[in-house]
Write a new protein. Structure first.
Lengths: 293, 316
């Protein structure tokens, strides 16, 4: 292509100055964000360093700081988060497919669903905890203080986000794919199954794993449900009692014994590591399945 | 390649070895064959002591699973009276309303006194003027009437300097808040609301440590762990100034802010072998573990009460 120098506006000094100011603002923004994150991380790692060893993850919680660990909390967190994923991903992605591909916008109930999904995404997590306490832990379902109760409540919490990010990914698949498939005689479902989903998969996966990993850091709704703070065995099933990392960390931090502080800091590092590992899986899967068109 | 390293036979050998080690290292020799679950929930103040008891009990009885939750005294009773837990930890006595709830759900219970705590009133290390406060002075600071009005030390006592007064205290869900407001302000739950509340007493320690005009209160264990960071005040409950200490709590002179801590056990729970064994263990080990948990052991009169409580459980 030939360039069109006559159409390019001249860079006047005042516009260059605005450009510079804008850049400074951008760098300051990212600098503040990264700077505070780095300070927090450094703080936690330095304080937790003495306790960052294998004993931390192999020992059970204890009232004696020297032998205390977080094994049951790690397993509890993994049980709860993986069960949450198993519940929320199929339902959330299914809902997203329906809303994007099948639902007719002109029906009032579809608009109602859409409105609700968006509103639910902004509801504070503790509200879900209260709901879970009344209807899942006690009340109609009466499942008690178990892994499945926690997972159901956290599923409700992440479901709206899962639906929203999945819809975004599905919407990003070019319409020409659908039209081509339909033109060749495929049914609606065949089009979704063979064209839309495979192409939307990387985006769905990234978004959903990021939203489910949010469940890993949640403590407010689980405190409502009465997660335990001292438990010396790992969950063995969905009906097991449990504790999770954020709650164990809070319990250690608020202890009168100051020796618990490094332990809490080290536990925070472990929690961050588990979170990073989950996100790394998301990035790996996205890169593996990503297609360009 | 790596597969033959872990052939079934090897796995079996390793498993046997691990089991053998586990049975050797499994604490003292009295390992019992009791099984079951003991569910404990309630006061976060009492939790460190209960956790120690639970931990050591499990070492002797590896078949019994003891769990401790920290829903707060009120939250603990709510679960206890709904029949969800066996034992409720409490940093105050059970209320009438809670007894009613228990009754309505058919939950009968026994009370066990397990330790003492001294609510300690603390100020900044640079606070040179305050050494002892009367209950009336504390009420002047904390009472609901003080809200928005009392914000300077010289309003509390004319001899105190012109220094802004910043208050740190327990969150409204805790038994500590209930107890402090009842003893100081005369009515449970009545307190000014414009102070810095926290469920984590370490936050109160930090707040008082960093502010010359600060005053806060928390359990004795937090004072013992932070004795260099903050200064404890003596409290005058009408019979002179008394400092919070093990002796003054045991001899009953640190009033009104010393309080007994309790465990409530459901009658149904107390009839189970593992729960009986647990309280037998409590009776034998309470003294040493109370001090390890930074609480104040029972005095002789209280011990007599405790023994009666424990006998009732043994006979339940």
């Amino acid at each position: 292509m030939t360039s069109l120098p006559s159409l390019r506006a001249e860079k006047t000094p005042s516009r260059s100055a605005k450009d510079l100011v804008f850049r400074i603002f951008m760098f300051a923004g990212i600098g503040i964000a990264l700077g505070s994150l780095a300070t927090l991380l450094a703080n936690v790692i330095i304080e937790g360093a003495p306790r960052l060893n294998l004993d931390l993850v192999t020992s059970m919680p204890s009232a004696r700081p020297r032998r205390a660990g977080i094994q049951s909390a790690i397993f509890g967190s993994l049980w709860v988060v993986l069960t949450t994923a198993a519940i929320s991903l199929p339902t959330g992605i299914g809902a997203a497919i329906y809303l994007e591909e099948f639902a007719r916008r002109d029906r009032w109930y579809n608009r109602l669903i859409e409105l609700n999904v968006q509103n639910l995404a902004a509801v504070p997590s503790v509200v879900f905890g209260i709901l879970g306490l009344a209807f899942i832990k006690r009340g109609p379902l009466g499942l008690g203080s178990t892994v499945i109760t926690a997972s159901l409540v956290l599923s409700m919490l992440v479901l709206p986000t899962v639906v929203i990010v999945s819809r975004e990914a599905i919407r990003a698949v070019p319409d020409s794919f659908r039209q081509g498939s339909l033109a060749l005689g495929a049914t609606k479902w065949e089009t979704v199954r063979h064209q839309v989903l495979p192409n939307a998969f990387p985006g769905i996966l990234t978004g959903t794993i990021l939203s489910v990993s949010r469940a890993l850091g949640e403590s407010a709704p689980l405190l409502m449900l009465g997660a335990l703070t001292f438990i010396t065995f790992n969950p063995t099933g969905l009906d097991s009692q449990y504790t999770v990392l954020p709650i164990q960390i809070f319990s250690y931090i608020s202890s009168a014994k100051q020796e618990f502080r490094p332990l809490a800091a080290a536990s925070i590092v472990v929690l961050l590591a588990v979170l990073l590992a989950l996100n790394a899986v998301a990035i790996f899967l996205r890169n593996k399945y990503q297609k360009r068109w | 390649m790596a597969r033959h390293l872990m052939s079934p036979r090897r796995v079996a050998v390793v498993a046997v070895a691990v089991l053998a080690l586990a049975s050797c290292g499994g604490g003292s020799s009295t390992s019992s064959d009791l099984t079951g679950n003991i569910l404990i929930d309630g006061s976060s103040t009492v939790a460190p002591l209960m956790t120690l008891l639970a931990e050591d009990f499990q070492e002797d009885n590896s078949g019994v699973r003891v769990t401790v939750g920290t829903s707060g005294t009120g939250g603990g009773f709510e679960k206890f009276c709904a029949g969800e837990t066996d034992i409720a930890n409490a940093s105050r006595e059970i209320k009438e309303s809670e007894i009613e709830t228990c009754k309505a759900n058919g939950i009968e219970f026994l009370e066990v006194i397990i330790a003492n705590d001294a609510l300690s009133v603390v100020v900044n290390n640079d606070n040179t003027w305050a050494k002892c406060l009367t209950v009336d002075q504390l009420k002047k600071m904390w009472g609901p009437d003080a809200e928005g009005k009392v914000s300077n030390w010289n309003q509390v006592d004319a001899s105190f300097p012109d220094q802004s007064l910043n208050l740190f205290g327990a969150g409204t869900d805790s038994g500590t808040f209930d107890y402090f407001t009842k003893e100081i302000n005369g009515e449970e739950g009545s307190s000014r609301t414009d102070y810095n509340p926290s469920e984590d007493d370490n936050v109160t320690v930090k707040g008082v440590e960093g502010d010359k005009g600060a005053l806060g209160y928390f359990g004795f264990s937090y004072l013992e762990e932070n004795i260099t960071k903050v200064k404890a005040l003596e409290v005058d409950g009408g019979k002179g100034c008394v400092a919070p200490s093990l002796e003054n709590v045991q001899n009953g002179t640190y009033t009104p802010l010393s309080r007994p801590l309790y465990a409530y056990v459901s009658l149904k729970g107390a009839q189970r072998e593992e729960v009986k064994a647990f309280f037998e263990f409590v009776g034998e080990n309470l003294d040493s573990l109370t001090e390890e948990a930074l609480f104040i052991p029972l005095n002789d009169d209280q011990k007599a009460i405790e023994n009666k409580n424990l006998e009732a459980i043994a006979g339940a």
